[in-house]
Design a protein around this ligand. Structure first.
Ligand SMILES: [Mn+2]
Length: 434
């Protein structure tokens, strides 16, 4: 029985906008969160202890992280080196420099010859001796067009044609690796890819280049006892036999992961059998408070109540509310900031809904015909703040309209010494534009 810890998508150094500077360390608190969570994964690997750690790719947000972030990553994995636990670091799309042409951030570990650390930056099979026996791991890093194809082969082809060609090559190359396998040893495929059955999350927006989707049928092979995936941030099990698993990201990278449980996968493996267990990690909560205040008589209280109904303490909070422009002086920012001050970090996004009045009044829409007085009435009914003035305004408008009629019937040879009644013609125009 070989014990494996499979984690993925660390993205160390991302999400800084959700944190703040820790005055004691000078570091962004989200970096500290990510490092602490990574530390918990390594803690488990050491306390078990596991026979093998698999990292499914995307160590950092990009291939050139600042040195202090690289060091934070290295410091955690060094603990595995110290404990002599074999580790495979797979290269994800975020780890590749210039679509792979510039190497990968993780390759430095191979160059340095760090004992027991292998870097999966190409399709190949690693035979690894663990304290519980040998295991073979096929590494399949993030594919891009330069991985398996040469430039002349792809010249003039569309993206989808390149995709098909790449899949054909991959099928062949993977078959080549499979034929070389030792059929007596437990076998793992460790791959950073978008499987066509996966539910997408933030990785769709984080990806630098457009990637390729790999059909699940390519992965559901009898020769694999476990398929360890990386790339998709939402934990999911795509297949039970063999288990094909995305552990997901270890921390919430952005708000799209607010509702997702974060964790890693613990695997017990032998030839022909693998049992898997998803192990949740206690990561910082994200909390969206979204509400429409445009119909509220007391928007301030409604907003404070909504905040009070959520556990915002220590969470990354975003408050989004809709408000009519004339209500804006009924929101006291200081009170809202006070209510959110226990949050780890928060943003407030007020959205003004002046446009909303128009859509709520289809009778005032383009192409609709309505007489000016009814248009004015519809407008006034939508303006709470003008409620007291509704009657006087309507009466005044009626007066103006009566004068229009009078003007229309009047002799045009007016005595221009007399001031004209207040631009009655444009009254109509203006009302139509409301
Ligand atoms: Mn990825």
């Amino acid at each position: 029985m070989i014990k494996v810890l499979h984690l993925s998508d660390i993205h160390l150094g991302s999400g800084f906008s959700h944190g703040r500077i820790n005055p004691e360390t000078g570091l962004n608190t989200r970096l500290e969160d990510f490092v602490a969570t990574l530390g918990r994964c390594i803690d488990r690997a050491l306390s078990e202890p596991v026979d093998l750690v698999l990292f499914g790719g995307d160590a950092f947000p990009d291939a050139t992280p600042p040195p202090y972030i690289q060091q934070a990553f290295a410091r955690q994995f060094q603990r595995l080196v110290e404990a002599k636990i074999p580790t495979v670091l797979l290269v994800g799309n975020h780890d590749q420099h210039s679509q792979g042409a510039g190497g990968a951030s993780l390759c430095i570990y191979r160059t340095l010859g760090v004992p027991n650390v292998r870097v999966g930056d190409r399709l190949e099979t690693h035979q690894i001796q663990t304290k519980s026996g040998a295991v073979q791991v096929i590494t399949l890093p993030w594919l891009n067009r330069s991985t398996l194809l040469t430039r002349p082969e792809t010249e003039g082809l569309s993206m989808s044609e390149v995709g098909h060609l790449l899949l054909d090559r991959l099928r062949l190359a993977l078959e080549g690796e499979i034929r070389k396998l030792d059929s007596t040893l437990p076998t793992i495929l460790l791959a950073h890819l978008m499987a066509d059955a996966a539910n997408y999350g933030a990785e769709r927006f984080l990806a630098v280049g457009k990637g390729f989707t790999i059909p699940l049928s390519l992965l559901t092979r009898d020769c694999f006892d476990y398929v360890a995936l990386g790339h998709v941030h939402r934990h999911q099990i795509l297949c039970q036999q063999p288990p094909i698993v995305y552990p997901g990201s270890i921390e919430r990278v952005d708000f799209s992961e607010e509702k997702e449980e974060k964790g890693y996968v613990f695997v017990e493996l032998e030839k022909g059998r693998a049992t898997i267990e998803f192990c949740p990690l206690p990561v910082r909560r994200f909390c969206t408070i979204e509400l429409d205040l445009s119909e509220e008589d007391d928007p301030q209280s409604a907003l404070l109540e909504a905040i009070a109904s959520q556990t915002v303490r220590d969470a990354v909070v975003r408050v989004i509310y809709q408000l009519r422009p004339e209500q804006s002086d009924r929101i006291d920012d200081a009170d809202i900031h006070q209510a959110l001050s226990v949050a780890h970090n928060y943003t407030i996004q007020p959205e003004l809904v002046s446009q909303l009045s128009r859509s709520r009044l289809p009778e005032l829409g383009v192409g609709a015909t309505i007489d000016p007085l009814n248009a004015l009435r519809a407008y006034l009914e939508n303006r709470e703040d003008l409620r007291d003035l509704q009657e006087p305004i309507l009466n005044a408008a009626q007066g103006l309209l009566d004068e229009t009629d009078w003007l229309g019937d009047a002799d045009l040879n007016l005595d221009l010494e007399e001031p004209l009644p207040l631009i009655p013609v444009s009254t109509q125009t203006q009302l139509r534009l409301l």
